[in-house]
Write a protein that binds this ligand. Sequence first.
Ligand code: FNR
Length: 360
Amino acid sequence: MSALLEPLTLRGITTRNRVWMAPMCQYSAPDSGPDTGVVTDWHLAHYGARAAGGTGLVLLEATAVSPEGRISPGDLGLWNERQTEGLRRLASFLHEQGTVPGIQLAHAGRKASCERPWRGGGPIGPDEGGWQTVAPSPLAFSDRDPVPTELTGEGIAAVVADFAAATRRALAAGFRVVEVHGAHGYLLGEFLSPHSNHRTDGYGGDFAGRTRLALEVVDAIRAQWPPELPLLFRVSATDWLADGGWTVDDTVRLAALLRERGVDLLDVSSGGNAPGVEIPVSPGYQVPFAARVRREAGLATGAVGLITDPAQAEAVVAGGEADAVLIGREMLRDPYFAHRAARQLGSGYDGYPRQYERAR
Ligand code: FNR
């Protein structure tokens, strides 16, 4: 029996297997007018195909909790009712296919207001359809990026409230898993790291100060999110900086705090908070971080990053390094990754769509 294709239960929700889709921006929502940030047919076809592909949990891309929290003008949003309504149809379709519908809630902080990748991906100013970015400290991500505005205490409280409101909308839209985007140098990750957080108030300084916003967001979400539904948190385990960055030790410490506050699984990624760092990228290179968190913090983990082969994914779960595997780019290449895994691993799992029976 395959460990990868065993169901996984978190609180009252069971994913039919441990092949999960990693959150990946599609930059395909309208960027102006009343439909700004609203789901399109692209999203329905794209996520729908991965659901028909047998995926256990489909995690929608970074979905902004406020307009200025978008990475690009084409990001999905969850700050109004129109966006909620649009997402309802998508969540319902995923559910009908036997996939658990999940959504990543995000604020891009100083890395917001960038062009879509196919238009260069660079920062865009307010006169080009972009906006002024915000961050823990007025420090640009890199030389080519604008200096963000330092968030005031009031601004921080508004961010927390925006995450809570987006959570209520995610529930109303029919999602059953929420993931907080605390990774890749976006707003919450910027607060975590001493590299990007130079504040001297209660939201900066030592470990307790820098983790405070992430924990407040988790508390605010948990207050809205029913106890029977799982809450995930995505973290960058390390900034990959030799000095002055967020470290794997910090991640293990944070994981224990998140567990106490009702986070059910840590989705363990890395990097994204400092440009030009050397990352020793290789197959499964982030898996050891997930394994360490699972072992030392006693929190379930998801492993992500260059996991492209069913046997490799199986080894991660069977070896106890993670409870689930998040497949990113390989799932863009092959929406049927879970079916492929079932075939290759010879498991009894069967999520094959009835409509495709004759192709079996
Ligand atoms: C991503 N990634 C990403 N991560 C995240 O937390 N939220 C997001 O919205 C996105 N968006 C996104 C878009 C695209 C096109 C790619 C390729 C990646 C990162 C992604 O979830 C994953 O962590 C990495 O791609 C590494 O996993 P793979 O691709 O090696 O399996």
